[in-house]
Design a protein around this ligand. Sequence first.
Ligand SMILES: NC(=O)c1ccc[n+]([C@@H]2O[C@H](COP(=O)([O-])OP(=O)(O)OC[C@H]3O[C@@H](n4cnc5c(N)ncnc54)[C@H](OP(=O)(O)O)[C@@H]3O)[C@@H](O)[C@H]2O)c1
Length: 363
Amino acid sequence: MSLTAYRTLGRSGLVVSPLALGTMTFGPGAWGADEPASRSIFQAYREAGGNFVDTADIYSGGESERLVGQFIKETGSRDEIVLATKFGFNGSASPLTTDASGRGNPHAGGAGAKNIHRALDASLVRLGTDYVDLYWMHVWDGVTPGEEIVQTLGDLVRAGKIRYYAFSDMPAWLAMKAATLAAERHVPGPVAIQVEYSLVARDVEGEHFPAAKEGGMGVMPWSPLAGGFLTGKYRREDLSNTGRLSGANPFGQSKFVDQNWLILEALKTVAEELDRPMAQVALRWVMQRPGVTSTLIGVRTTAQLAGNLAAADLELTGAQMSRLDAASAPTPGFSAALTAPAIRRMIFGGNDVWGWSDQGTRN
Ligand SMILES: NC(=O)c1ccc[n+]([C@@H]2O[C@H](COP(=O)([O-])OP(=O)(O)OC[C@H]3O[C@@H](n4cnc5c(N)ncnc54)[C@H](OP(=O)(O)O)[C@@H]3O)[C@@H](O)[C@H]2O)c1
């Protein structure tokens, strides 16, 4: 599989690469890449055949969007690139911005119509374009009704300011409700969900993956290397000065727990067997999981990018996948436990019954 092994994102005609370039690292910041480094990363991803670039209004206080827009302009590649950005977090009082002090404007965040229009107009200016291909709700605000979100984003599709929209970091029920509302109203609906997903973050398999499948939404994992943890560069005995997770970062140091160190051991064994870096194997495991459409990679250097892109040419055998699946198996949540094979056999008189929603997971 190369970066030109294109596929559509969810039930849509949007054609994307299996690895998308995340640009959260573009711009200033302790774990960021400066302008020349960001440009080199962008160019290397493009030269490898990638067409899917993901940014957000909040990344580096807007600098990531500005750099992405500039690189697209410099390379004249607007028509070839699927440009995705996000709204939702509040730029006026965010821990990610340097001027975070006290409270900000409540209208500068959230999924209400007022903020979405404001945020998109500001993003278009920074990106230097008059439309985005994919507009993500970065995070649900917990208050805006699904009806309003579908209405506002559908209107923006009809206005030609965005081509498609999708949801990141939201409850599965909300994504499914929006998809259902849109289908019933015959208006544009969400085409994808973006969730944290890796060997050490699998709880989204319980509700989000089935919702995405039922709702015609592609799954786009973020932090497939758990912020760098799955590269194997962190040592349990000494966590200092190794990378992003060693210092202050919005994701904290939550990866350093007993269970994850055990998963890392299993990953190391498979990587040694294949004579490949752990990062490639971890990334490839995400790419090969059923339901995953395009995986977001994040890098700080071109060397990291080159190493990680090689995951596109790696193939894990069924046995290797199974070993990694078993080592990282999440505790089944309520829904997953209810739909376990043993319960289904109880329901169907001891028979194994294979349903439509099992397609792709059983044969
Ligand atoms: N929707 C959301 O809420 C959300 C949240 C997070 C991210 N995202 C998106 O997902 C993208 C990827 O997320 P992520 O950056 O967290 O992904 P990740 O792949 O889990 O972590 C990337 C980081 O790991 C380290 N790394 C990567 N490859 C490496 C290698 N080969 N060797 C050693 N270290 C390596 C680098 O950090 P250091 O070198 O600094 O240690 C790099 O910045 C982001 O750019 C963004 O577009 C979305």
